[in-house]
Design a protein around this ligand. Sequence first.
Ligand code: NAI
Length: 255
Amino acid sequence: MFDLTGKIALVTGAASGIGEAAANVLARAGAFVYVADINESDGVRVAEEIKSRGAQAEFLRLDVAENADCLRAADAVHKTHGRLDILVNNAGIGHVGTIEQTEAEDLDRLYAVNVRGMFSLTKAFIPRMIERRSGVIINTASIGGVVAIKDRLAYCTTKFAVVGFTKCLALDHAAHGIRANCICPGRVETPFVKARIGEYPDPEKAYREMAATQALGRMGTVEEIAASILYLASDEAVFITGSALIIDGGFSVGK
Ligand code: NAI
């Protein structure tokens, strides 16, 4: 089950949180993993930790918001391996606010990373995937891409776009042997979420309230989310494309 031996994978936002856990689990399943991130020190750390466990990884500095970086990344991967089998577009940033508390610049910034980033990187890799008639794309959306979350106007706007982007990719490229899916995590305890919680006047109270919004009464772990990325990347998920997999501890179930 979930054997990725010989596969080449790239995970964005892999220096932290869900991306780091995804890089770890894909490498453990046998893939060569590019740990792609703007954060060089943590990215190098993640790649070195993977290698110290006898698996294969390499850090790749990449700002997904920069198209030139995306093109360079694809060139580098193709030069070394001739292909990319698994692309995990996971890098993302957040923002708290209603429309009154959100400036156009906030929306542009979130859009550039959360949506245009995965657009540019996928666009850089997909011609070779089409040529080879093979490829798996997994995008990190959010439960905020399926239902509205209060005070998250810009964030939810971009994550609904990720779900739409994923479904279009799946439809357009099914005939090319490419599968595209996205995952929709609920609240997961990562540096990303801790930073958001820190913005509240009473962070401890905010933490308790956030955990209580999920039917299971707790936040998810990065490993629980990474497991779904591993599954979607594997041949066990060969009949799944265009799906938005909800992994939210029941955040949305009663809404
Ligand atoms: P995190 O903040 O722990 O990690 C995000 C990583 O992305 C960081 O290493 C950061 O350096 C990198 N990054 C940021 N901008 C980048 C850019 N322009 N180019 C390349 N790398 C960049 O965040 P976390 O929580 O692991 O989030 C990962 C993804 O999961 C995001 O897309 C987020 O929206 C999504 N998500 C997170 C949830 C949560 O509760 N933590 C819930 C639902 C979705």
